[in-house]
Every structure is written in structure tokens, then in C-alpha cells.
Design a protein around this ligand. Structure first.
Ligand code: HEM
Ligand code: HEM
Length: 247
């Protein structure tokens, strides 16, 4: 008979990190890809990206000090384990894991690395290094691909194991007979995480100059051009009008 016992697997910081990452990355991608670089709100995609960068740094730190299933050492699988897992999943005889399975573990490391790559190339673009634009976009599209695979994997898991892991990422619990649940959802760490994010967001927004679309990044103190300034936009529009008149 299937157990009905619920044990806590994902603490609060992990769950908030996950859903903030989903909202933040989707928001940045929608602004950049949907609105385009000549939209007046384009600069906000970079501001969101900088916030995601702080979140990823904090998640990496938490990978060393977090609760059992948040720690990297609980899901450091070697490539043989990953291929073994993928093969058994395709043959429908994979075993369920309490924390990340090798598939989600690898996807997670790749996604964190891609966010770092997107932000570092984005910063270079903001410093005027235009030839990194293609790499910035390649990272973004690769990330979209991995997110797609991640969601397919989650849906596959739900049907395969009849286990709603999306709900687990919301309430933190999984159904299992095991006694290996975590003992605390770490609310104090969540408060520190939210406080740091709020402070950084406030600092970013107060260092952002809407008129010329520049931002002074707090802590590192560099100034970035994260959108076309209003005067530049006006200049481009006028030039376009003149070129049209000449035709
Ligand atoms: C932009 C979209 C997304 C990104 C960047 C993303 C990223 C991640 C990352 C980094 C993790 C590892 C969490 C950690 O250990 O800190 C994770 C796990 C997870 N994600 Fe997502 N995710 C996305 C969308 C979604 C969506 C839409 C769903 C639900 C349909 C989802 C469900 C889950 C679940 C259930 C896990 C835990 C997997 C497990 O049990 O091993 N994710 N995701
Ligand atoms: C997850 C976060 C990010 C996503 C999804 C993203 C996405 C994109 C995309 C798709 C483009 C191409 C837009 C176009 O050509 O119409 C772009 C361009 C750009 N991004 Fe990002 N980006 C992110 C983070 C950042 C960050 C953190 C910065 C800077 C701090 C940044 C700065 C820029 C700049 C300056 C451009 C070039 C605009 C231009 O001159 O055409 N991005 N980004």
C-alpha cells in the first residue's frame, strides 16, 4: 500500500528562490524578446537580470550551508549516474528520489551557470562591448531550451510516478515512508534572503536614471548603459524621419 506520510524536503528559501527565479527570468525574457531593445521599458530586463544574479550567488552559498536536499553534495551525480537515470526513465523503471534526481540536478547546475553567463555578458553590453550581444542572446535561447526540457521532465515525472512535485515545490512536502525529511523550513534564512533582495532592488532602482537609461550598480560601483537614452532615441527617430523625407 502507498504511504500517506508527508515529509518536508524543500525549505522556504529554496521554494522562494525557485518561484522568484521563474517569475524573474520569464519577466526579463518577455521584456527583452517581446518588447525589444527600442521599448522605453527595455532597461528593466537588465535590472531584473541583476537581481537574479544576486539570487543565484545566494543560492550557490546556500548549496553549502542549506538543509539536506538544498546542499550540492546531496545531488552531485557523476555523468554515468545521469545517463543511467535518463535510460531508466525512458524504460520507465527509474526510481524516485527524495531530493533532485540526476536530471534536475544537472539542469539546475546548467541553469545557474547560464544565468551567470547572461548577466556577465549583459554587463559587458552595458559597458559598451557590443560584440558580446550574440553570445548574450545564445545564452538566453539555451536557457529557454533547458527551461523547456526542465518543464517536460517535471510533467513526465508527475505522470510516471503519480507524484505532484509541482505542489512539493510550493508546500515543500513529499509523500514517503522515509524518516529523512528535514526538520526546519528555515524561516529566518528566508527573511534574510528577502531582506537582502529588497535592499538590493531598492538600491538598483534608486541608482537608475530613467532619462538616459543608465544605472550605477551598487556594491561594484560601475555605470552601465542598459537602454537607449531618450535623447538618443529622439535623434534616431529624427534621422529616420529625415531619411524617409529624402526618399
Ligand atoms: C523560468 C522557468 C524555470 C526555471 C529557471 C527553473 C529553475 C529551477 C531550478 C534552478 C531548480 C532547482 C531548485 C534548487 O535546488 O534551488 C528547479 C527545480 C524544480 N522546478 Fe523549476 N524552473 C522553472 C520553471 C518551472 C516550472 C514552470 C515548474 C512547474 C511546472 C517547475 C517545477 C520545478 C520543480 C517541481 C522542481 C524540483 C524538481 C525535483 O523534484 O528535483 N519549474 N527549477
Ligand atoms: C535573465 C536576464 C536577461 C535576459 C533574458 C536578457 C535578454 C536579452 C535579449 C533577448 C537581448 C536582445 C534584445 C534585442 O536585440 O532586441 C538582450 C540585449 C541586451 N541586454 Fe539582456 N538579458 C538579460 C540580462 C541582462 C543584464 C543583467 C544586462 C545588463 C546589466 C543586460 C543588458 C543588455 C543590453 C545592454 C542589451 C543590448 C541592447 C542593444 O543595444 O541592442 N541584459 N538581452
Amino acid at each position: 500500500m502507498k504511504s500517506n506520510k508527508k515529509i518536508l524536503i524543500w525549505d522556504l528559501p529554496i521554494r522562494y528562490f525557485h518561484w522568484f527565479l521563474v517569475i524573474g527570468f520569464s519577466g526579463a525574457a518577455i521584456i527583452a524578446l517581446g518588447f525589444g531593445d527600442d521599448h522605453p521599458n527595455f532597461a528593466y530586463h537588465a535590472i531584473i537580470g541583476l537581481i537574479l544574479f544576486l539570487m543565484v550567488i545566494l543560492r550557490i552559498l546556500y548549496g553549502f550551508i542549506g538543509t539536506t536536499y538544498a546542499r550540492f553534495k546531496s545531488f552531485l551525480f557523476n555523468p554515468t549516474e545521469l545517463f543511467g537515470y535518463l535510460k531508466s526513465a525512458l524504460m520507465r523503471n527509474d526510481k524516485p528520489y527524495l531530493g533532485h534526481n540526476p536530471g534536475t540536478a544537472y539542469a539546475m547546475f546548467v541553469m545557474l551557470a547560464l544565468i551567470i553567463g547572461i548577466v556577465l555578458t549583459g554587463i559587458q553590453l552595458g559597458l559598451g562591448n557590443e560584440n558580446l550581444e550574440e553570445l548574450h542572446e545564445i545564452f538566453v535561447y539555451t536557457m529557454l531550451g533547458i527551461v523547456g526540457l526542465h518543464i517536460i521532465g517535471i510533467i513526465f515525472h508527475i505522470f510516471r510516478h503519480r507524484e505532484n512535485i509541482i505542489a512539493s515545490m510550493i508546500h515543500g512536502k513529499k509523500t514517503s515512508d522515509s524518516e529523512s525529511g528535514i526538520s526546519s523550513s528555515r524561516p529566518v534564512i528566508l527573511i534574510i534572503f528577502l531582506a537582502l533582495l529588497s535592499l538590493f532592488t531598492f538600491d538598483l532602482l534608486s541608482n537608475y536614471q530613467e532619462i538616459n537609461k543608465t544605472i550605477n550598480v551598487p556594491i561594484v560601483g560601475v555605470q552601465l548603459q542598459i537602454g537607449e537614452s531618450d535623447s538618443q532615441e529622439e535623434f534616431n527617430n529624427n534621422r529616420y524621419e529625415h531619411e524617409k523625407d529624402d526618399d
